[in-house]
Design a protein around this ligand. Structure first.
Ligand code: GLC
Length: 613
């Protein structure tokens, strides 16, 4: 998906310790400001009916695990009825549950049980498009005169270029009521090929930003917005805490239908990519979000909106929060830390940057340039290779990769940002990219093979145990294969290893919840020009201790000199908070003595988190 993200971000650029007691979310007025949001891909979390596909009861069964992990909310990827062309992102009924995943009663049970575990549910809401099997589309495509005839983006096309007699029609050339026609413009689908598809019954093209089985709704028709808002109310009434808005920037298209500039690249199917400047990030999206925000905010209990937004920089990210009197999203995704390639000015998940300068820059910008809004840091989701692989190289040892994953986790949980974690990241699940085209399930991997192998690799079943099917299912035919490392990388095994990534994550989420500096403190960057080590301190409210974080992002030991006095912080000692990397593994000269400077030698890829005393 790396190329896809890159294209979208370009378009946007051009357009504008672990046993702690948890606060009951309902009593926290701004729960999402501190939230750890855990994305669950329901096909891959837990299978309770033995069909090899995860289900809602499989999530309910694992709620005690999730509570111990310290999450505040589940972002549940789509579980609505769907032909599953895009595994749920092609919805055929917005107010029901796909029988593969269970029933509405199972959903209500999940919601109620999650509440008992102090976990909220945030649903994925796919508004840009429906499935082509949704009754709205069936009706809309049946004729040009039916009541839903303008619920989608229909177009007659333009006359096809003249061709010599007896030569076959060109690609996407069709015979309409007035002769041979081609699509009205050069718009490309993000999922390869033209964004226009011909329908014989209407003798017209419809527009689809994603797969042709995902026709775009026409939000210039108020009836469409009303229908979608009714669906939103249906779930808010049931008690969900908000929505993650899928592909929200692509809701409107420029009505002029002008050609978009081409990027100069061909997609994996060989089609010329257009740059999406007329099909993404239009001003109308912002006004739509203001109306949606009003609706969601009219419900009690701090309901909220997360947005799937990939921005090229912090200024563009800022625009998605809206203004004080016209709010839009509570938490637009901040992917700059996790996906931005230093120097390239673009989002490129193939090669993110793990340097102190990169992290320092984007953490600082999130702190200072969002006008006090809460960033939502995202390193992993169901569309991108897992950070375990993206931030490491194949030659690094497992121990080195695990240390790097701890660095990512430490950044994720120790800044002022809300955190998004994707299932399996907490145990270091890696990307299991298919090696043969016949094994691929994601359609973009099938059509794009071998250039684009699709997103199956980051969607393999959760690894719970070293037993059969990693404890995910009793059925040996799981919908995607179980990762080949499941015997060692799994919840059960890591629970028994004190220094595991799982324990590291649990310790961090607990600390973040209970430690006043991590929960409410400010943040000051230290040692600002150090190219190898990222250091910052979370300042403390009255009667609490500041927290120092130092992360060695290199494979060499690094000695750092931290001038905490210059940051207005006195040091009488440092107490390491998350073991077993306690202070004795570090050299700490002068710690307890004035003039309050601190020299530390950090082992390769070390994460050091200490209370400043
Ligand atoms: C979003 C989803 C992705 C899906 C696409 C189309 O980008 O995250 O998985 O394929 O929208 O709905």
């Amino acid at each position: 998906m790396r190329k896809l993200l890159l294209t979208l971000a370009t378009a946007l650029a051009l357009s504008a310790s672990a046993s702690a007691q948890k606060t009951t979310p309902a009593t926290d007025p701004t729960w999402w400001r501190h939230a750890v949001v855990y994305e669950i891909y329901p096909r891959s979390f837990g299978d309770t009916n033995g069909d090899g596909i995860g289900d809602l009861n499989g999530i309910t069964a694992h709620l005690p695990y999730l509570e111990k992990l310290g999450i505040d909310a589940i972002w549940l990827a789509p579980m609505y009825p769907s032909p599953q062309v895009d595994f749920g992102y092609d919805i055929s009924n917005y107010t029901a549950i796909d029988p593969q995943y269970g029933t509405l009663a199972n959903f209500d049970h999940l919601l109620a049980a999650a509440k008992q575990h102090h976990i909220r549910i945030v649903l994925d809401m796919v508004m840009n498009h429906t499935s082509d099997k949704h009754p709205w589309f069936t009706e809309s495509s049946s004729s040009r005169t039916n009541p839903k005839s303008d619920w989608y983006i229909w177009n007659d096309g333009i006359p096809a270029p003249k061709r010599a007699a007896n030569t076959p029609p060109g690609p996407n050339e069709h015979h309409g009521p007035h002769g041979w026609v081609v699509p009205p413009n050069n718009w490309s689908s993000l999922f390869q090929g033209s964004a226009w598809e011909w329908v014989e019954s209407r003798q017209q093209f419809y527009y689809h930003f994603f797969y042709k089985q995902q026709p775009d709704l026409n939000y210039r028709n108020p009836a469409v917005e009303k229908a979608m808002f009714d669906a939103v109310r249906f779930w808010l009434d049931r008690g969900v805490s908000g929505f993650r808005l899928d592909a929200i920037t692509t809701l409107y298209e420029d009505p002029s239908l002008r050609n978009e500039p081409l990027t100069g690249h061909l997609d994996a199917s060989g089609f010329p990519e257009s740059n999406h400047t007329l099909t993404s990030g239009l001003p109308e999206v912002h006004t739509f979000l203001q109306r949606l925000h009003n609706l969601v905010a009219s419900y009690p209990g701090q309901r909220m909106l997360i947005g799937e937004i990939y921005t090229p920089d912090t200024t563009a990210l800022r625009s998605w929060y809206g203004t004080a009197d016209k709010p839009e999203l509570e938490l637009p995704m901040d992917t700059l830390l996790g996906f931005h390639k230093e120097g390239a000015g673009i989002t490129d998940s193939s090669n993110p940057t793990l340097t102190a300068a990169h992290f320092r820059k984007y953490i600082t910008e999130a702190e200072t340039e969002l006008d006090g809004h809460t960033p939502l840091f995202v390193f992993d989701n169901h569309d991108n290779p897992r950070s375990w692989d993206r931030f490491t190289t194949p030659t690094e040892t497992f121990e080195q990769k695990e240390a790097l994953a701890k660095i990512i986790a430490t950044v994720l949980y120790t800044t002022h940002a809300a955190s998004l974690i994707y299932y399996g990241a907490e145990i270091g699940m890696k990307t299991h990219t298919p090696t043969r085209r016949e094994d691929v399930r994601d359609p973009i991997g099938i059509t794009g093979w071998p250039k684009e192998k699709g997103r199956d690799g980051e969607r393999t079943p959760m690894q719970w145990t070293p037993g059969p099917q990693a404890g995910f299912s009793t059925n040996p035919h799981t919908w995607l294969p179980i990762g080949d490392d499941y015997k060692t990388v799994n919840v059960q095994t890591e629970s028994a290893v004190p220094n595991s990534l799982l324990h590291w994550t649990e310790s961090l989420t607990a600390l973040r919840r209970t430690n006043p500096a991590l929960h409410d403190g400010g943040i000051i960057m230290l040692d600002n020009t150090n190219p190898s080590v990222l250091s910052y301190v979370r300042t403390a409210p009255a009667n609490a201790h500041p927290i120092l974080i130092s992360l060695n992002m290199t494979s060499q030991p690094q000695t750092i000199h931290l001038d905490l006095a210059a940051a207005g912080i006195s040091v009488h000692g440092l107490k390491s908070l998350i073991g077993p990397q306690d202070l004795s593994t570090f050299t700490c000269k002068d710690c307890p003595q004035p003039p309050f400077t601190t020299d530390l030698t950090l082992p390769p890829f070390a994460s050091f988190i200490a209370e400043v005393q």
